[in-house]
Ligand binder design. Structure first.
Ligand SMILES: [Zn+2]
Ligand SMILES: [Zn+2]
Length: 230
């Protein structure tokens, strides 16, 4: 068995965090929180990390409500990723994960409340975060100190008791499986584009960018409109 699958099977949260460190680039409290929430949801729902058939059939979906560090913890732990279409991103801005079985649409939603979790941070950690990350004005020493405090907070998040989360059984409205579309060629840039994202002007086919149309993109603040004729 591959190492990451084994770590998840053994519920080895520390081991998973080491994988997540490489995937995410750093260790932080919300990365660890994503791992903890995933392990809880998987246990509650009685499902394993996505394997071959799980990922091909999209049998388990992870629905996240935020695109933060938390979401990377979820992807590493559950195996539900943006690329295998088993990660659904809802632009709701909440630290929450719903794990759901496609067979019944029954799921478990785990919500983490930042105010409630404030007491798990080492003293000074959140103030330093505001200075170094939010205001982007930390010295190299402060950046190094934050790294240390974040690591400590992450390890606490990994082992949060279940009672610190809101855990609820939910019924999820069905979400379609990823359809496979044909591609058409843009007559301006010459690139292939999914036919559902092509536009037709005077009998010619264009991609949205060449047509100067707006399109949606996921950026740090959520889903926004991009492009157009600026
Ligand atoms: Zn992070
Ligand atoms: Zn084009």
């Amino acid at each position: 068995m591959l190492t990451l699958n084994r770590l998840v099977e053994e519920r080895d949260a520390e081991g998973i965090l080491e994988y997540a460190r490489e995937f995410h680039g750093h260790v932080c409290p919300y990365l660890a929180l994503g791992i903890r929430a995933s392990l809880l949801a998987m246990e509650e729902l009685g499902v394993k990390r996505l394997d071959y058939s799980g990922s091909v059939d999209e049998s388990i979906l992870a629905i996240v409500e935020v695109n933060s560090c938390f979401t990377d913890g979820v992807q590493v732990t559950t195996g539900c990723t943006l690329g295998n279409n088993s990660l659904i991103y809802l632009d709701l801005g909440k630290t929450a994960l719903t794990l759901v079985k496609r067979s019944t649409w029954e799921g478990v939603r785990i919500y983490a409340d930042a105010e409630r979790l404030a007491r798990y941070y080492p003293p000074g950690a959140r103030e330093l975060f505001n200075k170094v990350i939010r205001e982007r004005r930390g010295t190299p020493e402060e950046r190094a100190k934050l790294r240390e405090l974040w690591e400590e907070a992450a390890h606490r998040m990994l082992h949060l008791p279940r009672e610190e989360f809101k855990v609820e059984r939910v019924k999820v409205p069905p979400i379609e499986q990823a359809p496979i579309f044909d591609s058409v060629r843009c007559s301006k840039c010459g690139e292939l584009v999914m036919e559902t994202r092509a536009v037709h002007v005077d009998g010619e086919t264009f991609c949205l960018r060449c047509a100067g149309e707006r399109y949606l993109g996921v950026v740090g603040r959520g889903i926004i409109e991009l492009g157009g004729m600026e």
